[in-house]
Design a protein around this ligand. Structure first.
Ligand code: APR
Length: 237
């Protein structure tokens, strides 16, 4: 299997938009009514942990009401033909539920929580999280989410995967939030890249790559199309 060509996929909020999860920077986005720094920063957590927990409890509850869409499902079809790795900025579990096998969550996961005293203590969590819910060492639990200003520990693994890509798909991300938005710079120069987004924003790193095809389309339309193209190419190799 190791000699299969390799597809690395970077997804953002746009891939889950048609499942009913709002994106961050489009009108009517997730942050509406909330200052981002209030709900997604260490400072916000220190100031009002209850508000932060409530915000993520709502996000976690919403997962029960949404389903993977045709774009999440199309990516699973790559697996018999390509070594496929998904690097997602999303904290939802829609890639998992669609059936993808290798997923790196750059910005954490709604269905995990961790100890505030020992970041190595991470737990699976389905319901609401409250003040007073503690880890086995007795410290408050917090959402397992990378907040603004925090390290992105999975960046190293993601960059390594990107460095070995033959093909790269970038789906539904505004390419504004670093370090994730800079990951494409780790791809080999000869990698072929597709960027699928109805409002693509070509950042500096993408501009520097020589083989970029921009597909100006919604994920449920553009992703199955590009996946079909990749599968047809695999058949000819
Ligand atoms: N299909 C594909 N893309 C879409 C769709 C759709 N149906 N609808 C919207 N989009 C695109 C938008 O055009 C935009 O480029 O999704 C992108 C969403 O951008 P953002 O809201 O900025 O989300 P993302 O790039 O994932 O944000 C990155 O920022 O707030 C932080 O940690 C958070 O992971 C997040 C990170």
């Amino acid at each position: 299997m190791d000699d299969q060509p390799r597809v690395v996929v970077l997804t953002g909020a746009g891939i889950s938009a048609e499942s009913g999860i709002s994106t961050f920077r489009d009108a009517g986005g997730l942050w509406e009514g909330h200052d981002v720094m209030e709900v997604a920063s260490p400072e916000g957590w220190a100031k009002n942990p209850e508000l932060v927990l409530d915000f993520y409890n709502q996000r976690r509850r919403q997962l029960r009401e949404v389903e993977p869409n045709a774009a999440h499902r199309a990516l699973v079809r790559l697996e018999p033909h390509y070594e496929t790795v998904i690097i997602t900025q999303n904290v939802d579990d829609l890639h998992e539920r669609a059936g993808s096998s290798r997923i790196i969550h750059l910005h954490g996961e709604l269905k995990k929580v961790r100890s505030t005293a020992d970041p190595g203590l991470v737990y699976h969590w389905e319901g609401d999280l409250h003040l007073g819910d503690t880890c086995e060492k007795g410290s408050q639990l917090r959402p397992h989410i990378v907040w603004f200003g925090e390290d992105v520990p999975e960046m190293y693994r993601a960059a390594e995967e990107m460095a070995r890509a033959d093909y790269v798909l970038i789906i539904g991300t505004s390419m504004q939030v670093y370090p994730a938005a800079g990951l494409v710079a780790y791809a080999p120069r000869d990698a072929r890249i597709w960027y699928i987004d109805p409002k693509p924003r070509i950042n500096y790193e993408l501009q520097m790559m020589p083989h970029v095809t921009v597909v100006e389309a919604r994920a449920t339309e553009g992703v199955p199309r590009v996946v079909d193209e990749l599968i047809a190419m695999a058949g000819k190799e």
